[in-house]
Structure formats: C-alpha cells, structure tokens
Design a protein around this ligand. Structure first.
Ligand SMILES: COc1ccc(OC)c(-c2cc(C(C)=O)n3cccnc23)c1
Length: 121
C-alpha cells in the first residue's frame, strides 16, 4: 500500500506534530502562534534573547531539528517563559503564558506519554 506523506515522516516528527497540535489548542487567541513583533511589543527583541513561537516549532519539526522530545519540551517552556519575562504579571499575555505552560506540561507527563511507547527512548 502507498503510505500518505505524513506516514512516511519519522516517528518522532509525527509524534511532535501531534503534541504541537494539542498544545496549540490551549492558545485560542493565537498569542503564541507567530513570532512576537517589536512593533506591538516595544523592546521585545532586546529583552528576549531567544524568541520562540509555535510556527517556529512547527518549522523545526519539519526540518528535523528536534532530536528528542526533551528538546521540543524545552522550546515550549522557552516560549512560555519568554512571555512571563517580557509581560508583567497580571497582563493578559503573562496569564495566558502561565496557563498554557501549566496545561501543556500536564499533556507532556511521562504517564501521558508512556502509551506512545518506544519512540521516545
Ligand atoms: C493582540 O493580538 C496579538 C496577536 C499576536 C501576538 O503575538 C503573536 C500578540 C502578542 C503576543 C505576545 C506575547 C506572547 O508576549 N505579545 C506581547 C505584547 C504584545 N502583543 C503580544 C498579540
């Protein structure tokens, strides 16, 4: 039988794409969908040395840049922590980042991931 393009992808890439889709659902306002723009966030690129967003993570999956699940989780944490660093507590973005980080890490616990088997070893 002929495999669909996605099925030809590496197992890790397919898993990370699935995890990314589930994380993106926790960002309904799409605050984390694209790189933060200095025009809307004054001084962002001087304060945040390593920007990260979901579109960049998707590109890194497609470019096979993630060699492990932990590298993927690190970028997710970086993205949320950037937002909690740049935006003051109490702002919509700081609260959204804290909520996203909490909800996202709950989806990435070993208990949730163990059923996915030996892809992760
Ligand atoms: C109000 O609509 C949008 C749309 C896209 C955004 O970032 C991709 C943001 C956004 C996202 C952020 C973050 C994540 O820090 N941010 C900070 C200051 C000002 N704007 C933003 C807001």
């Amino acid at each position: 039988c002929v495999l669909k393009a996605s099925q030809k992808r590496r197992p890790l890439s397919r898993l990370l794409e699935q995890l990314l889709r589930n994380l993106e659902k926790r960002d309904p306002n799409q605050f984390f969908a694209w790189p933060v723009n200095d025009n809307f966030a004054p001084g962002y690129s001087t304060i945040i040395k390593r920007p990260m967003d979901f579109s960049t993570m998707k590109q890194k999956i497609d470019d096979n840049e993630y060699k492990s699940l932990n590298c993927f989780i690190s970028d997710f944490k970086l993205m949320c922590n950037n937002a909690m660093k740049y935006n003051k507590p109490g702002t919509v973005y700081h609260k959204a980042a804290k909520r996203l980080l909490h909800a996202g890490l709950k989806q990435l616990t070993p208990q949730k991931l163990r059923p996915l088997g030996d892809i992760l070893t």
